[in-house]
Design a protein around this ligand. Structure first.
Ligand SMILES: Cc1ncc(COP(=O)(O)O)c(C=O)c1O
Length: 337
């Protein structure tokens, strides 16, 4: 038996997600592009976070927890997925969301609207408080315990060794799809490309791609911070994942690329926004400005620089993020007209 199947997991995502070949994007980018549609792992809770939550929420339920605490930026897709899953499982949910002004009214748009619909308690925190988010959540968990609750803390992005196993499992799913002829010819991909914001998806994909022979290498596209920072952070999460599940490879190949990240987290250039609009208009694939748009934009740059060879067989994992795009509507007033 695969050791992955010995771990508690609850089925939350609609799986397997399809792999589609989009010739217009292959032509535009100059590679043989396949897209793994993890933007359709579910309904409003959809995206990459559901795969991590399958393992994390199983642990929360196993421990008899009744309240889940997690954190992220104000338009966090992870926070929204967690809030909706908690509502489904009958758990209370507290979200520590980073804002510029913690006293300003919350913008009820995109992910925040869905958090509110799910009945999550939103605690706005400053950028400064966000730097000590883990301590903040640990303190809140202790306070909840004193009032008789059983809290479970999920780190930013659901990114730790346990959450990463969701993407190890996803790579096993891709292996089955390759073997069934659902990914073009039955060769492994040259490279897997995806957005990287807190590292858990990258850790799982790198471990799983090597474990199941899905791709020669993995190229996580950083959407903030630096390539060096993520290289270390992903390594640390791979280490944790190996401690949770035997049989995972020691040093799977992956190279973090930060060339497409733009000015800052959740801030885009006009060129990046125009790229996202062009992708939607020519292929019907809708990317978001915070994660997937920057990742595919970065793939284009990597091909131009020759770091991903022209004509390579690329699997782009579309990790979701649509509510974040809708919340950023105003920034598209020029490019989307
Ligand atoms: C849509 C989307 N794509 C990609 C990511 C990055 O995944 P990870 O946090 O595991 O690096 C996130 C979350 O941060 C996300 O919301």
């Amino acid at each position: 038996m695969d050791p992955l199947d010995a771990l508690p997991r609850i089925a939350l995502a609609h799986l397997p997600t399809p792999i589609v070949q989009i010739p217009q994007l292959s032509a535009r980018l100059g590679c043989e592009l396949f897209v793994k549609r993890d933007d359709v792992t579910g309904g409003a809770e959809s995206g990459n976070k559901l795969r991590k939550l399958e393992f994390l929420m199983a642990e929360a339920l196993d421990q008899g927890c009744d309240t889940v605490l997690t954190t992220g930026g104000i338009q966090s897709n992870h926070a929204r997925a967690t809030a909706l899953v908690c509502a489904r499982l009958g758990l209370a949910c507290v979200l520590f969301l980073r804002v510029d002004d913690p006293f300003a009214p919350l913008p009820l748009t995109g992910n925040v609207l869905l958090d509110a619909l799910a009945g999550a308690t939103i605690r706005p925190i400053t950028r400064e408080q966000y730097r000590t988010r883990d301590e903040l959540m640990a303190a809140a968990a202790r306070t909840l315990e004193l009032s008789g609750k059983k809290p479970y803390v999920v780190p930013e992005g659901g990114s730790n060794g346990l959450g990463a196993l969701g993407y190890v499992r996803a790579m096993r799913e891709v292996r089955t799809q390759i073997d069934s002829g659902l990914a073009g010819d039955p060769r492994p991909f040259d490279v897997i490309v995806h957005a990287c914001g807190s590292g858990g998806t990258a850790a799982g994909i790198a471990l799983g791609a090597a474990r199941y022979g899905v791709a020669r290498t993995v190229r996580p596209m950083a959407v903030c911070d630096s390539a060096d920072y993520f290289q270390r952070r992903v390594e640390a999460q791979m280490h944790e994942a190996r401690a949770r599940c035997s049989g995972l490879p020691a040093s799977p190949p992956f190279v973090v690329d930060d060339a497409g990240k733009g000015p800052a987290y959740a801030v885009t250039t006009s060129e990046q926004r125009a790229f996202l609009v062009d992708v939607a208009r020519t292929s019907g694939v809708v990317l978001d400005p915070v994660y997937t748009g920057k990742a595919m934009f970065g793939l284009g740059l990597a091909i131009k620089r020759g770091e991903v060879p022209a004509g390579a067989r690329v699997l782009f994992v579309h990790t979701g993020g649509l509510p974040g795009l809708l919340a950023a509507a105003e920034s598209f007033h020029e490019e989307a007209r």
